[in-house]
Design a binder for this molecule. Structure first.
Ligand SMILES: Nc1nc2c(c(=O)[nH]1)N[C@H]1C(S)=C(S)[C@@H](COP(=O)(O)OP(=O)(O)OC[C@H]3O[C@@H](n4cnc5c(N)ncnc54)[C@H](O)[C@@H]3O)O[C@H]1N2
Ligand code: MOO
Length: 402
């Protein structure tokens, strides 16, 4: 039997199969979640003029003394600036977001003045700031939002304020998912006594879509080479083909042999990882092929560690493993075997430190355990027993804030 290859080496071999997808222009409304492929360049300054940060009165800062009086000579509102020039002893009524008139260099908030017959008198306790946002203080024409970058809501708002109605983003990877096995029926169908519900494909589809993929969910392939070959036909044109199950050594595990028969260039098969040993990757025509193990937790953990980084790289993001953080074991854990172990664990924050509790049951069939886990604690091959308090790397599975 060939040696199991380390996880990092397998991931590099997968990255080597990937060609970044072409960019395309999309309307700003469709840009959230996509990966910016070309820098977004500001078409204007923001704010385009010195703008008031508060509701109040614009005046000359050197005249702003407690008790000083000013004649109110005009008004400047957002969208309707005052076009005159402020003279000595004059003030302009101004509102948040409005252009500060020429000659004024301070806004005194309305809470700090009294108003009487078109004149204002400043009170004793004037705030110290000038309450003015300088022109171009946020960004200037030509400033850039750099690619590559996964566009979040704030990025979309920034691009809008740069006056960019479209953004150039990476095309979404099309991923064909094929579950294999005679035992599988879809959720809602009536299984025979020896059948189960296909669950992995649904979890993986959600995972890939969260990474920007367009998922083509293909029919379940029954356990014959002919059935798998027929379903693979339906995957034509996909950027990535992900099979689930049938990856191991049993009489009904056909994925490897069918892929070989179809001419897949195999990058690797079987890795030193737990769960997920029988992972397979290669290239079939223009598509990257990932053969995930069938055990539900194995398929989801391999999806997290391999498919997610691959989808990111396809969209032009750096080819990098999913990031790890460091935490402390809340309980002791035993020594590890020859495969890197990704232990399902819960997480608590104590005194600013992540405290990690691996679940007692780590069998790769237990979806209740994975769904209840917050993170994967990473135990390298042959790691010695680790007492409570040991620092260990972990991969978050849930957002750590909120
Ligand atoms: N003699 C050996 N047996 C096994 C080995 C081995 O090295 N020698 N490896 C084990 C490991 S590790 C894993 S992981 C599994 C993976 O096997 P397959 O990829 O061939 O997966 P299947 O046999 O098709 O299925 C395993 C398990 O998962 C269920 N399954 C499959 N697809 C789905 C799906 N879409 N949704 C829900 N559940 C699914 C399937 O019913 C089985 O229970 O092999 C070990 N065996
Ligand atoms: O690696 Mo298998 O994924 O141990 O169950």
């Amino acid at each position: 039997m060939s040696a199991l290859i380390p996880v990092s080496q397998a991931l590099d071999a997968l990255f080597a199969l990937i060609t970044p997808l072409d960019p395309e222009d999309v309307p700003l409304r469709n840009a959230a979640g996509r990966v910016l492929a070309r820098d977004a360049v500001a078409r204007r300054d923001q704010p385009p003029f010195a703008a008031s940060a508060m509701d109040g009165y614009a005046l000359r800062g050197d005249e702003a003394q407690p008790g000083a009086q000013f004649e109110v000579v005009g008004g400047s509102a957002a969208g309707h600036g005052w076009t005159g020039r402020l003279g000595p002893g004059q003030a302009v009524r101004i509102f948040t977001g409005a252009p500060v008139p020429e000659g004024a260099d301070r806004v005194v908030i309305q809470e700090d003045v009294t108003v009487y017959e078109g004149r204002i008198t400043l009170l004793d306790s004037l705030g110290s700031g000038d309450n003015i946002r300088p022109a171009g203080g946020d960004f200037a024409v030509g400033d850039r939002m750099a690619a590559p970058r996964r566009l979040g809501p704030a990025d979309v708002a920034l691009a809008a304020s740069m006056n960019l109605p479209e953004l150039c983003v990476a095309r979404q990877p099309e991923v064909a998912i094929i579950a294999t096995g005679d035992e599988l029926v879809l959720p809602g169908e009536t299984p025979s006594p020896d059948q189960i519900i296909a669950s992995n494909s649904f979890g993986l589809a959600a995972m890939f879509e969260a990474e920007g993929a367009l998922v083509r969910m293909l029919p379940v392939a029954r356990d014959t080479p002919e059935a798998l070959t027929a379903v693979l036909e339906l995957a034509r044109g996909a950027d990535m083909i992900v099979t689930i199950g049938g990856a191991s050594v049993g009489d009904h595990d056909h994925v490897g042999s069918v892929m070989d028969a179809l001419g897949m260039e195999r990058a690797f098969y079987k890795i030193a990882m737990r769960p997920g040993k029988p992972l397979m990757c290669g290239r079939l025509g223009d598509a990257v092929m990932v053969g995930l193990p069938g055990n539900p937790v194995s398929s989801m953990v391999c999806g997290t560690l391999f498919v997610v980084p691959a989808l990111r790289a396809m969209q032009g993001l750096p080819a990098a493993p999913v990031p790890t953080l460091t935490g402390q074991l809340a309980v002791a854990t035993g020594r590890n075997g020859p495969r890197e172990h990704y232990m399902r664990a819960t997480l608590a924050v104590q005194g600013g430190t992540f405290r990690l509790t691996p679940e007692n049951r780590q069998d790769s069939s237990l979806m209740t355990v994975l769904a209840g886990a917050d993170c994967l604690v990473v135990r390298p091959p042959h790691a010695p027993a680790a007492p409570a308090g040991s620092e260990v790397p972990f991969i978050p599975l849930v957002p750590l804030a909120g």
